[in-house]
Write a protein that binds this ligand. Structure first.
Ligand code: ADP
Ligand code: ADP
Ligand code: MG
Length: 446
C-alpha cells in the first residue's frame, strides 16, 4: 500500500477519500484553491497546499501545480475523486511519466471509454448491446439524414459530454440540422470538443448501472446495480440499489452484470468503474456509457455489498489482487441516496456560509459531506453539498427511513433541495417501484 497519497479534489469526495486513507494508515496530501482555504478536506488531511485561485483552471485543474505538490510532498499516488481530472487521460499519463500512480484505469482505457462514440463501438465489439444510433455526425445534413434513418425522437450527444451536459433532444428530422449546429457549438465551449453522435431516444426507460471492480491480474467482479432514473435535465438526483425495476428479474440482472464484466475485461479495466445502461420494461437493455472512475452514488453499493469501494480502489491501484470472487459478492437490503444540492427551489445555484447544521444519524444512515458550521459554499464549484444515504431491509422501509432522515436534516445559510427530495419520496409513481427517467417531468405536472 502507498504510504502517502495526494487527493486532487475538494468537497465531500475529498473528505471521503481522506477518511479511507486514515483508516488504512495512508498519509494524505490535500490541495485547495484560495476559495477553499478553510475547507474540511484541508483540515482533515495531514498536509495541505494551495494550488491556485478559485477558478477550476487555476487550481483543481492546474496540472503543473498539482503534480509539483505531489512530487515535492513525496506522495506516491494521486486519487482524482470524480469530476476534475478523474477521466482525463492526459493527466493520468502525466502522472505515469512523473512516476506517480494515478488511482484509476490506464490512460489508454480512459481515452477509449471517455470518447463516448468510440466506447459504443468497443461495447458492440465486446458483444454488449448499444442504443440504436450512429457514429460521429459529419455535419448538419448528415444529422438530418441520420434522424430520418434512426427515427425521431433522437438525442444528439457530445462524445466528450458528462455530468448530464451536451445532450440535445430532436423531435422531428427537420429540426436535426439546427440542433446539431447548436449542440456542436455548445460542446466545443463546454468540453473543448464539438464532435457529436446520435442515439435513438429510448423512452420510457430506466437508468440502471452496474458497478465493477477489477484488479491488475484480470479479475473482474460486478457489485450489483443501481437505479438512477430520478433525474432532472439528465442529472441524477436520487439513486437506489438494488434497482426496483429489476425486482424478480434475476435473469436480466445476470445478463447485465455479465455484459458489464465482459466489457471491463475486454478493455483490460483496472479499478472501480461503472457501466451505465438504459433498460426498457420489455426486458431489453442498452449500453449508454462507462464512467472510468468512482461514482458520486457509490455509497449505496457500499451499503448493500459491505464493500468499501474507495479502500479497494486504493488496494488494486497499489497492486493488491482481489481476494474474493463473484460468488463471494452478495447484495442484501435496500439502500437509497439523496443528493443534497445547494440550489434554490427554482434550481438556481446557491452559495454562502453555513450558519446552522443538524445531520441525522442512527443505524445505517450516512451523510457524506464536507459541511460544518462556518463552512463556506463558494460559487465556483459543483452544487453538491452532501449525500444522505440510508439502508433498510426492504425498499419500503428504506423510503420511510430516508423521509425521516430528510425531515431531520437542517442546513441553514444556503438553500438546499431536501424538500424536493421529500416530494419525490412521497410520489406514488416513485413508491410503486416502476418509474422512468421522465419521473421528474411527471412530478412537475401535478
Ligand atoms: P455520476 O455519474 O458519478 O453520478 P455526475 O454525472 O453527477 O456523476 O458527475 C459527477 C461530477 O463530475 C459532477 O461535478 C460533474 O459536473 C463532473 N463531470 C462528469 N463528467 C464530466 C465531464 N465530461 N466534464 C466535466 N465534468 C464532468
Ligand atoms: P453523461 O455522460 O452526461 O452522464 P449519459 O450518456 O450517461 O451522459 O446520459 C445522461 C442521461 O441522459 C441518462 O442517464 C439518461 O437519462 C439520458 N439519456 C442518455 N442517452 C439516452 C437515450 N439514448 N435515450 C434516452 N435517454 C437517454
Ligand atoms: Mg452518464
Amino acid at each position: 500500500m502507498f504510504d502517502k497519497i495526494l487527493i486532487a479534489n475538494r468537497g465531500e469526495i475529498a473528505v471521503r477519500v481522506i477518511r479511507a486513507c486514515k483508516e488504512m494508515g495512508v498519509k494524505t496530501v490535500a490541495v485547495f484553491s484560495t476559495a477553499d482555504s478553510e475547507a474540511l478536506h484541508v483540515s482533515l488531511a495531514d498536509e495541505a497546499y494551495c494550488v491556485g485561485g478559485p477558478r477550476v483552471g487555476e487550481s483543481y485543474l492546474n496540472e503543473d501545480a498539482i503534480l509539483t505538490v505531489a512530487l515535492e510532498s513525496g506522495a506516491k499516488a494521486i486519487h482524482p475523486g470524480y469530476g476534475f481530472f478523474s477521466e482525463n487521460a492526459h493527466f493520468a499519463r502525466e502522472c505515469e511519466k512523473s512516476g506517480l500512480v494515478f488511482v484509476g484505469p490506464s490512460p489508454e482505457v480512459i481515452e477509449r471509454m471517455g470518447d463516448k462514440d468510440a466506447a459504443r463501438r468497443t461495447a458492440r465489439a465486446a458483444g454488449v448491446p448499444v442504443v440504436p444510433g450512429c457514429d460521429l455526425l459529419s455535419g448538419p445534413e448528415d444529422a438530418e439524414a441520420e434522424a430520418k434513418r434512426i427515427g425521431c425522437p433522437v438525442l444528439i450527444k457530445a462524445r466528450a459530454g458528462g455530468g448530464g451536459r451536451g445532450i440535445r433532444k430532436v423531435l422531428r428530422p427537420e429540426d436535426a440540422a439546427a440542433a446539431y449546429t447548436e449542440a456542436k457549438a455548445e460542446a466545443e465551449a463546454a468540453f473543448g470538443d464539438g464532435e457529436c453522435y446520435m442515439e435513438k431516444f429510448v423512452s420510457p426507460a430506466h437508468h440502471v448501472e452496474v458497478q465493477i471492480l477489477a484488479d491488475q491480474y484480470g479479475n473482474v467482479v460486478s457489485l450489483g446495480e443501481r437505479e438512477c432514473s430520478v433525474q432532472r435535465r439528465n442529472q441524477k438526483l436520487l439513486e437506489e440499489s438494488p434497482a426496483p425495476c429489476l425486482e424478480g428479474k434475476q435473469d436480466i440482472r445476470e445478463r447485465m452484470y455479465k455484459a458489464a464484466r465482459d466489457l471491463a475485461a475486454a478493455v483490460g479495466y483496472v479499478g472501480v468503474g461503472t457501466i451505465e445502461f438504459l433498460y426498457s420494461d420489455d426486458g431489453s437493455f442498452y449500453f449508454m456509457e462507462m464512467n472510468t472512475r468512482l461514482q458520486v452514488e457509490h455509497p449505496i453499493t457500499e451499503f448493500v455489498t459491505g464493500i468499501d469501494l474507495v479502500k479497494w480502489q486504493l488496494r488494486v491501484a497499489s497492486g493488491v489482487e482481489l481476494p474474493f470472487s463473484q460468488d463471494d459478492i452478495h447484495v442484501t437490503n435496500h439502500a437509497i441516496e439523496c443528493r443534497i444540492n445547494a440550489e434554490t427551489p427554482d434550481f438556481k445555484p446557491s452559495c454562502g456560509e453555513i450558519t446552522m447544521l443538524h445531520v441525522p444519524n442512527g443505524p445505517w444512515t450516512r451523510f457524506d459531506s464536507a459541511l460544518y458550521i462556518g463552512a463556506k459554499v463558494p460559487p465556483f464549484y459543483d452544487s453538491l453539498l452532501g449525500k444522505l444515504v440510508v439502508m433498510s431491509p426492504t425498499r419500503e422501509e428504506a423510503i420511510r427511513k430516508m423521509r425521516s432522515a430528510l425531515g431531520e436534516l437542517v442546513i441553514e445559510g444556503v438553500s438546499e433541495n431536501s424538500e424536493l427530495q421529500l416530494d419525490i419520496l412521497a410520489n406514488p409513481e416513485f413508491n410503486s417501484g416502476c418509474y422512468h427517467t421522465n419521473l421528474m417531468e411527471h412530478l412537475y405536472e401535478q
